[in-house]
Design a protein. Structure first.
Length: 101
């Protein structure tokens, strides 16, 4: 079994540079991982770099999920328009713990 094809690699540090993104995506392609997860800001660039070798996943409302539903929807739509094939949407843990939906 090719375990690498089941791995999502996250590139989510706030201080990441474009060069860091390029290097990490090159490494992911080399290792043949399934997907790379990035903030919505980096989706378009990640799609360009990944080509057909990787799936690009946008991480929505990371890390705390504190945006409103409407803000999350906007991030989702924009990420899909920029080429993301998957979305990881962070739940608002504060609302959940408060018993809110």
């Amino acid at each position: 079994m090719d375990i690498a094809r089941h791995i999502d690699h996250s590139i989510l540090k706030p201080e990441i540079t474009e060069r860091d993104l390029e290097e990490q995506i090159e490494k992911c392609i080399e290792l043949k991982v399934y997907a790379v997860c990035v903030h919505p800001y980096w989706v378009r660039k990640a799609v360009q770099l990944a080509g057909k070798d990787l799936v690009v996943c946008a991480v929505i409302s990371f890390p705390f999920g504190m945006e409103t539903k409407e803000q999350k929807i906007c991030q989702c739509l924009e990420s899909l328009e920029r080429g993301a094939k998957e979305l990881d949407i962070v739940m608002n843990f504060s609302a959940l713990r408060s018993g809110q939906r």
